[in-house]
Design a protein around this ligand. Structure first.
Ligand code: PLP
Length: 379
């Protein structure tokens, strides 16, 4: 039934018969050279020139004033939420439609996610749904209180799903009215822009991931960005065991974390960042081919939303029904063309079943019908 789709994907990826993965990394630049440098220098761990270079390149790429390199995107979220002031038992507004890491990071602090719906065109947090939810919130002594439960809303974490930007300017201005800091989960959207500005740089803090399946990878790694000098300094301090700088004394002034990105991984990150713009251009050409091909009544390709430039990390289509989604997944995977449904919504998982949500009508519809299709950079 989907043979035309399968042959189109095989042709697009120049792969007539072999397995086609969903997203595989490409190491076609200075990766080996830089990684060998770290080994030759013996600086493979958390101190080294590539860690500083990684941060410098991310400052330059995003335009953020501070960039702090950490071990992964989840750690970047964890530290950013602490820096935003989130405490045990607070509520944090986010999406049920996201990778588990977003809600996990909130839980590490003992805070609890509140799930609001996503925008059907953007797949990330809906500004309208946020506006509606905030009707239940009032400012008391400068603190946002969720009226039905009396609990503090300490942060809002929108996520740019598959690299498609949310209406982040509206989300930030809504949150600002309620004194709610925004931590942007830009793990999937490195290089995507909204109204010409890099995603990840609109909120108080933003986080990126360099995991193996992301647009570019360093094996494992993450970045925290902020324009706030104090938070930038604290982010570095907290992620390096909160050691008070001294030539030999070991004194620590907070419960810190061993979250610094090693030099070995940072070397890989530097080489990958050099190629980021080329990779994104390549991915956008593939996305446009998909868009043209899926210009048909039954399958809906998720294209770049208004005012945005998407990195098209993972291409996505909507099938007409849950049954057809399952048929599509079965046929493509049977024929060695890897496809995948979206994550099970967070409010279905045991750990988050009790969390507040707004009904999530759009998220549920997308969960039932969306499939990711192969999206690697084509050599
Ligand atoms: C990948 C991802 C993360 C976490 O990144 P890691 O580097 O794997 O820890 C966080 N949030 C979202 C939405 C992601 O897709």
């Amino acid at each position: 039934m989907y043979n035309d789709v399968i042959s189109f994907i095989r042709k697009t990826f120049n792969t007539p018969s072999d397995f086609i993965p969903l997203h595989e990394p490409r190491f076609i630049g200075n990766e080996k050279k830089y990684v060998m440098d770290t080994i030759d220098s013996t600086f493979v761990s958390s101190v080294g020139q590539y860690v500083d270079r990684f941060e410098g390149m991310m400052r330059e790429y995003t335009g953020a004033k501070h960039a702090i390199a950490v071990v992964n995107g989840t750690a970047a979220l964890h530290i950013s939420l602490i820096l935003a002031g989130v405490k045990k038992d607070d509520l944090v507004i986010t999406q049920a439609l996201s990778f588990i890491a977003t809600s996990n990071a909130i839980s590490y602090i003992g805070a609890e996610p509140v799930f609001i719906d996503v925008d059907p065109k953007r797949l990330g947090m809906s500004a309208d749904a946020l506006r509606t939810f905030l009707i239940n919130v009032e400012l008391i002594n400068g603190i946002a209180i969720h009226k039905p439960t009396g609990r503090k809303i300490a942060a809002c974490v929108p996520m740019h799903t598959f690299g498609h930007p949310v209406e982040i300017d509206t989300i930030v201005s809504l949150c600002t009215k309620y004194n709610i800091p925004v931590v942007e989960d830009a793990a999937e959207s490195l290089g995507s822009t909204y109204k010409g500005q890099q995603t990840g740089t609109f909120g108080l803090l933003g986080t990126y991931s360099f995991n193996g399946n992301k647009t570019i990878t360093c094996g494992g790694g993450g970045i925290i960005v902020t324009n706030d000098d104090k938070l930038g300094e604290l982010a570095k301090h907290l992620t390096t065991q909160a050691k008070v700088p001294h030539r030999w004394e070991y004194v620590h002034d907070y419960i810190g974390y061993n979250y610094r990105c090693p030099n070995l991984n940072s070397a890989l990150a530097c080489a990958q960042l050099e190629q980021l713009d080329i990779f994104i251009e390549n991915k956008r050409i593939t996305a446009n081919k998909y868009k043209t091909f899926f210009n048909q009544p039954n399958i809906n390709f998720i294209g770049e939303p208004e005012h945005s430039k998407s990195n098209y990390w993972l291409n996505a289509i909507l099938l007409p029904t849950y049954e057809e989604r399952n048929m599509f997944l079965t046929e493509t995977n049977n024929q060695q063309v890897m496809t995948r449904p979206i994550w099970a919504l967070m409010h279905r998982l045991d750990m988050f079943k009790h969390c507040i949500h707004d009904g999530l009508a759009t998220s549920i519809d997308i969960e039932n019908r969306l499939v990711n299709i192969p999206s690697s950079v084509i050599l």
